[in-house]
Design a protein around this ligand. Structure first.
Ligand code: PA5
Length: 443
């Protein structure tokens, strides 16, 4: 089955030979390591370098956690959270939480906020279940997951004792540095490494994403296989005109140059909502710097047509849209005829819901194009592990190409430090005494 299609006919951009040449040069730099941020290119050939042994080890570790816990708390933030959350949501039954019996442990997420109520309510709810945790932090020093882990570690140790805690806590972190590495070594937790040359937002196909996904019952072999197919399809040797990631990167850069400062990623499948969130981090952190970059926004459709639809149709003309279109639903629901037809819906009788969804999508696309919103469509044949793996790699590759075409280093994120410095100063963290005085004077 075809992996993915990219349709740029309604974007109003025709890639020229010059643009293809720029994209080819950018793609080549990702492969040769001649561009900015070249110490963070480990993701480029990552899918094809994952061995059967690595997959087997991750599945074995997942099996241990699955056998011990009804709920696995996955602790992490940003790139150490969004990939697993996005793929798990995309590939899970939307109403799993309503089922009386679960095939897989429920994976919940913590450490992606500092909300006291979230923490309290989570601990309350966990009382009824057996638990285990996967704590993920590349730096091993990020405050949000560190706080969550301190609390969950205490909960696990007080319930099961320190020895059994080693069977229920898994750490994923740097191979040598950071407080989490020290803690995991001291306590004897099994730990997995996030490679040095893979940045957080590009790490979903490392243990960061693969372990929680395997715990949640995702077919990680198929996920990786889909990514490998896309890695091959976007390799430097492939003709650039055939490279979908390059085409997407070209079109969005041309649109940006024409004043389209905002890209809205949308889908008509609500279970892809967190794919939007993962994509926003990928593109926002990679391109938003040096006073440049498309602002990545998202909508979930058709719901947001009833909230954001007005703005998209008639607001400031600084937007363009990229729609992830799913061609085949996994299930069938037909709208039946009603003899009274009081709701006037008999014109839909005999149609599948997906046909109505498709017509909504086509109608919206044409309306938005008429309203001067350029439209890119990414079509997936179905939502399944293989196509989602391909989609992840497609977005990563396009992001690398796009960032180089824009002229930024797509692999750093200097801007995320600013808030941390202020927060530590406000919290009187040792070492921040001077900043502390200065910031308190500004309050
Ligand atoms: O993409 C990134 O590098 C960031 O979003 C990080 O993933 C995020 O800040 C979490 O960092 P860490 O994994 O070091 O806790």
């Amino acid at each position: 089955m075809e992996l993915m299609k990219l349709d740029i006919r309604k974007a109003g951009v025709t890639p020229t030979a010059e643009l293809y040449a720029q994209a080819a040069a950018a793609n080549k730099m990702l492969h040769t390591g001649e561009g900015a941020g070249n110490d963070f290119l480990g993701w480029v050939n990552l899918p094809s370098s994952i061995s059967a042994e690595e997959i087997a080890a991750i599945k074995a570790q997942a099996e241990k956690l699955r056998s011990k816990a009804e709920v696995v708390i996955c602790i992490g933030i940003g790139g150490s959270y969004l990939g697993a959350k996005a793929v798990l949501d995309a590939l899970s039954n939307s109403f799993e939480y309503l089922r009386k019996k679960h095939e897989n442990p429920t994976v919940i997420f913590a450490g992606q906020n500092i909300s006291e109520d979230y923490t309290y309510e989570m601990l309350e709810a966990l009382k009824e279940y057996s638990i285990a945790t996967i704590v993920i932090s590349k730096s091993g020093t990020t405050t949000e997951p560190a706080i969550a882990f301190r609390i969950i570690k205490e909960e696990i140790e007080s319930r099961y004792g320190k020895e059994e805690a080693k069977e229920r806590i898994v750490a994923i972190t740097d191979k040598a540095r950071g407080a989490l590495k020290t803690l995991a070594d001291n306590e004897g937790y099994p730990s997995y490494v996030i490679p040095d040359n893979v940045g957080g937002r590009f790490s979903v196909l490392t243990p960061v994403g693969l372990l929680p996904l395997a715990v949640g019952g995702v077919d990680i072999e198929a996920l990786v296989a889909g990514a490998v197919e896309m890695e091959k399809a976007t390799a430097a040797e492939v003709a650039i005109e055939e490279n979908l990631a390059a085409e997407y990167a070209i079109v969005r850069n041309v649109l940006y140059g024409q004043g389209r400062k905002i890209e809205i990623l949308g889908s008509y499948e609500p279970k892809l909502q967190y794919i939007n969130e993962w994509w926003k981090q990928l593109y926002g952190e990679s391109e938003g710097k040096d006073g440049k970059g498309i602002f990545p926004a998202s909508v979930t459709l058709t719901a947001d047509l009833h909230s954001m639809g007005q703005y998209i149709q008639e607001g400031e003309r600084t937007l363009f849209e990229t729609i992830i279109s799913v061609e085949n639903p996994a299930h069938k629901v037909v709208i039946e005829a009603d003899k009274d037809n009081l709701d006037g819906l008999n014109f839909l009788a005999g149609k599948r819901i997906s046909e109505v969804n498709r017509m909504a999508e086509l109608g919206v696309q044409l309306a938005h194009v008429d309203g001067d919103v350029p439209n890119i469509r990414i079509a997936l044949p179905a939502i399944e592990a293989r196509t989602i793996g391909a989609l992840l790699y497609f977005f990563e590759k396009a992001c690398g190409i796009s960032g180089y075409m824009l002229g930024v280093n797509p692999f750093n994120q200097p801007g995320v430090e600013a808030y941390k410095k202020n927060m530590f100063a406000l919290l009187d963290k040792p070492g921040y005494e001077e900043e502390s005085k200065a910031i308190k004077a500004r309050l």
